[in-house]
Write a protein that binds this ligand. Structure first.
Ligand SMILES: [Zn+2]
Length: 234
């Protein structure tokens, strides 16, 4: 029987770590790529390295794409990062943190590495339930990219399968799923992850990413292992 092999786009955050755990459950050999796009929260690169090691991934490549992703997003500029007290305060529509073309670039480069590794299955932890404002986190976008990349690299619309197991899950459902998949490794793995846009270890608790992550853990009735590192008590 041939080995099932997959590639995961690993950011080092909660969702991509959960995705990586799922890939490890369902595939025999999992490779990872992480992108350094000069994001403000570059601390997540360290998380990605730690997560890849903890999960025993077959390989982990950090691809430095330099300053190619520009925009008004505070993640890639000096613009002020929004601070909120609760999820109700989050702006509707496209979030100011949206980075145009980010997942287009990431999946394009992932398809190159997948082809080089001679594998056809790519995992990415995008989720449209909590990130409706990010156009490149929707299933319709992933479906379109699947066709474009398959046609462009193999001449087949189904040349690649892009797995998005978190697509329709809420953050709290993702927490429960991660618990199920990781079992007694859940706390240790989640403690390695980084989500905060401000780059604060343990989370600032005020940025868009922290607000959603905190709400997910609270709704799941689970203490987030990163809270132990938070500068201000949760
Ligand atoms: Zn934060």
């Amino acid at each position: 029987m041939s080995q099932k092999r997959a590639l995961i786009v690993l950011s080092g955050g909660q969702d991509s770590t959960t995705c990586a755990a799922l890939a490890c459950r369902d595939f025999d050999e999992v490779h990872a790529i992480t992108f350094n796009y000069q994001q403000r929260h570059a601390i997540e690169l360290e998380s990605a390295i730690a997560v890849a090691q903890a999960l025993g991934l077959a390989s982990h490549e950090i691809i430095d794409v330099g300053p190619v992703l520009k925009g008004t997003s505070p993640l890639v500029s000096s613009n002020t990062l929004g601070q909120y007290n609760c999820a109700d305060e989050l702006p509707t529509g496209v979030e100011p943190t949206f980075v145009p073309g980010r997942n287009i670039l990431f999946l394009t480069l992932a398809s190159n590495r997948a082809a080089c590794l001679n594998l056809r299955d790519i995992f990415i932890g995008v989720c449209e339930a909590d990130f409706a404002g990010y156009w490149d986190c929707r299933q319709s976008f992933v479906d379109a990219m699947t066709v474009a990349l398959g046609e462009g690299i193999f001449g087949q619309p189904d040349g690649f399968q892009i797995h998005t197991p978190l697509m329709s899950l809420t953050k709290s459902q993702s927490v429960i799923l991660a618990q199920e998949v990781l079992g007694d490794r859940f706390a240790a793995l989640m403690a390695l992850t980084h989500t905060c846009y401000a780059g604060v270890k343990g989370g600032c608790g005020k940025c868009h990413a922290c607000i959603l992550r905190d709400r997910g853990f609270r709704e799941a009735g689970v203490d987030d292992p990163i809270w132990q590192f938070r500068p201000v008590a949760v």
